[in-house]
Design a protein around this ligand. Structure first.
Ligand SMILES: Nc1ncnc2c1ncn2[C@@H]1O[C@H](COP(=O)(O)OP(=O)(O)O)[C@@H](O)[C@H]1O
Ligand SMILES: [Mg+2]
Length: 394
């Protein structure tokens, strides 16, 4: 299968979407390039950081020598690459050197950073570095040798437009809403938008919102960091609901994630208020579910939760680092306590020949009193120290 990200990779700089400033800055820098200086591209994934050196190299009929530093490499391998890269061979055409994903070099590998610096100092050719986060401590020494070029997320309308062009070339009819949602979903990551589109179009001549469900299924194995944008940014209650229903996480847990991240996802106070308002309505049903064990209401809770996908004016800002909800840890710890309590009651029940529920209701409160009076009682029942502790605090 040929990947559409390769098939539709621009051949020249006219095809590069957005990134005008980055492209301009790069050209200018190349024009006055001096040995000893490098260019450091940084920004979110899938926006053209690796693409620009490639396109500029082919436009200038240059060779592009690249090393992806994120694949486990040691200093020695990097050194070897750098050695062949930096020196001019007699008849070769010019080249660009691209060290991609350098945040991938491991923190302990101090040697790697200093050999990159060595390369920058000695290279006869321009060196491009690419990192997601150029401000990380381990890359600090490099920054003295590099000019930073910032890459931004690609605006949603531009992503949608690109998806439309690809559909036209593939002869696929797409409803505009589908492409818009795919674009929003991607959070300005064109690579993932194109990959998603290719998945959705698999074997189709026409795509409608229904086809997006396949992404829901793909998201099944996805972590919460894929689930969150799908809920917050799909722009469709159906897509959000589908995600909550098919995700491998419990809706209660997703609820907590939404609650914890509304403040990061939305910018305007009114939007934040609106989102919390929607969630508070879902919370009413959440309460009924847990109090009455009434699972029918779980469906209502999910339906209402999905409404956060439409909160605000639909505009979302940049990339959001979703935070894990504090409450989960608390729930986690009470869960452990509950499990310990259950095992305790089972033990007592088996000694006293009663159900563990009866043990909990009828005996544990008395055990607490008896234990104080009668030393060695708990040990006699075969209880573990943690279990004794639970009874003490009961
Ligand atoms: N600005 C862009 N213009 C056109 N296509 C792009 C752009 N950014 C990304 N793409 C598409 O996404 C793919 C991956 O882009 P790439 O530059 O490798 O991303 P990264 O920023 O993570 O290095 C490209 O091969 C291309 O198909
Ligand atoms: Mg890249």
């Amino acid at each position: 299968m040929i990947l559409w990200t390769d098939k539709y990779k621009p051949k020249n700089s006219d095809g590069i979407i957005a990134q005008k400033k980055a492209l301009e800055q790069t050209r200018e820098w190349l024009g006055k390039w001096k040995k000893g200086r490098a260019l450091l591209f940084y920004g979110p994934p899938g926006v053209g950081k690796s693409l620009i050196p490639e396109v500029l190299a082919s436009e200038g009929n240059m060779e592009l020598m690249q090393l992806n530093a994120s694949e486990k490499r040691n200093t020695e391998q990097i050194e070897r690459f750098l050695h062949t890269a930096r020196t001019r061979s007699l008849f070769s055409r010019g080249k660009f050197i691209l060290l991609d994903e350098i945040d991938g070099i491991s923190g302990q590998d101090r040697g790697a950073v200093s050999s990159i610096i060595k390369l920058i100092k000695n290279s006869d050719y321009p060196v491009f570095l690419v990192a997601n986060d150029p401000y990380s401590a381990k890359l600090r020494p490099l920054r003295a040798y590099a000019e930073l070029v910032k890459f931004s997320r690609i605006p949603v309308p531009s992503v949608a437009k690109r998806l439309r062009e690809i559909c036209e070339k593939e002869g696929i009819k797409a409803e505009p809403d589908v492409l818009k949602n795919l674009a929003r979903w991607s959070q300005g990551d064109l690579r993932s938008a194109i990959t998603d589109l290719q998945m959705v179009c698999q074997g189709e001549k026409e795509i409608s919102p229904k086809n997006l469900e396949i992404l829901g299924f793909r998201e099944r194995e996805a972590g919460v960091f894929e689930i969150m944008p799908a809920i917050f940014r799909s722009g469709s209650i159906n897509a959000a609901r589908n995600m909550i229903k098919t995700a491998d996480k419990d809706p209660d847990e997703i609820f907590l994630w939404i609650e914890a991240n509304i403040q990061y996802e939305f910018r305007e106070p009114e939007e934040i208020a609106e989102a919390y308002d929607i969630l508070s309505k879902a919370d009413i049903f959440r309460g009924i579910v847990s109090r009455q064990q009434n699972w029918r209401f779980k469906g209502y809770m999910i339906d209402i939760m999905s409404g956060v996908s439409l909160a605000g004016n639909g505009e979302r800002h940049g990339w959001v680092k979703y935070q894990s909800p504090q409450k989960l840890f608390i729930l986690g710890s009470t869960k452990a306590k509950r499990a310990a309590m259950e095992s305790l009651c089972r033990k007592i029940g088996s000694v006293l020949h009663c159900s563990s529920r009866k043990a909990k209701e009828a005996y544990v409160p008395y055990l607490k009193i008896l234990m104080k009076k009668q030393k060695g009682l708990a040990e006699g029942l075969g209880l573990e120290p943690e279990e004794i502790e639970i009874i003490r605090k009961f």
